[in-house]
Ligand binder design. Structure first.
Ligand SMILES: [Ca+2]
Ligand SMILES: [Ca+2]
Length: 333
């Protein structure tokens, strides 16, 4: 099911207190708010192989381990044993023991098991990215993993692409930008009617001609130096022309063409662009959804960054606009 675009810019986000601020100035920044308060993802979520076991890193709070590493049956006994070892080790040497289910200095978690997909790795660190998981387990398979990129203390599920071009790619969904998983902001360079729909997707449009330009910055604190898009789709509002090859973030469109671009928010301009990547001749019909023209194509940044930027703009006389990320995943590494 495809949620409909709301009729009025802010109707879909009227429940958010910060909603109305962006009418005031062209430079105001709108936080992309928590949307699915229960942390659930939309129906676009892939089930994926390698389903995570649902365990989290709460073992970090000092619970005893699950005992999966050993015979697994005498949990209490195993716990008592490791506790004794721990006490002894601490008393004797102060050395940390990873895998004893106790949070020791130098550990950010210790769940006492041998799994790396549950938000606590076997080195007793909570992974911030799929690259960290691959570094711990070179044999890790592609699939669902729990990670905590922002150090929130609540690891959440991403898809790790472990067998694509070196592996270690962290793949997240548009919904992760407003359910508390990843911080993001939407900023108007050229302001138009805009908002965020009920599935967490920002959009901007003008109904009777004019210009619009927006940047959407998504923070990824572990840092990344390359990205690719997978099953990534864009939805038109009316009939935008994305034939402009954007070079600078500060110039989102040139009459009569618009643009859709991706890159490092700290750089001067994008490294991926709809028109430059083969979409120049693609035309959108009314409310049409199209795949980004370069899927599974790795785009390299000139230097590592911690913030991905998605930019879109339009400049023309017709009713035009865009949802720059309708569905699919973005993978960072
Ligand atoms: Ca420990
Ligand atoms: Ca684990």
């Amino acid at each position: 099911m495809i949620p409909r675009r709301p009729e009025h810019a802010w109707s879909a986000i009227s429940t958010f207190s910060l909603a109305a601020c962006c009418w005031c100035t062209s430079a105001c920044v709108q936080a992309n708010p928590a949307f699915l308060a229960d942390g659930s993802l939309s129906d676009t979520e892939e089930s994926g192989e390698g389903e995570s076991e649902g365990a989290d890193a709460s073992g970090a709070e000092g619970e005893s381990g699950s005992g999966e590493q050993g015979s697994g049956s005498e949990t209490t006994e195993a716990s008592e044993t490791t506790e004794a070892i721990e006490t002894s080790a601490t008393a004797d040497t102060g050395e940390m023991i990873c895998g004893d289910g106790q949070l020791d200095p130098g550990e950010t978690c210790d769940d006492g098991n041998a799994e790396n997909d549950d938000g606590c790795m076997t080195n007793c660190l909570v992974p911030e990215s799929c690259a960290e998981i691959l570094a711990v387990d070179a044999e890790a398979a592609s699939g669902a993993y729990l990670v905590d990129p922002q150090g929130s203390g609540e690891p959440w599920e991403v898809h790790c692409a472990m067998d694509f071009k070196g592996g270690g790619w962290t793949g997240f969904l548009v919904q992760d930008t407003c359910n508390g998983h990843l911080s993001s902001t939407v900023e108007a360079i050229w302001e138009a009617t805009s908002g965020i729909d009920d599935a967490c997707r920002p959009y901007a449009e003008y109904a009777e001609g004019g210009s619009l330009g927006y940047v959407w910055d998504i923070e990824f604190p572990p840092g990344f130096s390359a990205f690719f898009l997978s099953d990534y789709e864009v939805k038109a509002i009316a009939t935008p022309e994305l034939s402009y090859i954007q070079l600078l973030w500060s110039v989102p469109a040139i009459f009569p063409n618009g643009a859709l671009s991706f890159g490092d928010a700290h750089a001067e301009g994008p490294v991926a662009n709809w028109a430059a990547n083969g979409g120049a001749l693609e035309t959108f019909g009314e409310d049409e959804i199209k795949p980004y023209p370069a899927q599974e194509t790795v785009f390299e940044l000139s230097e590592p960054s911690d913030t991905l930027r998605i930019a879109w703009g339009e400049y023309g006389q017709m009713h035009e606009g865009l949802y720059p990320w309708w569905s699919g995943r973005i993978y960072l590494r």
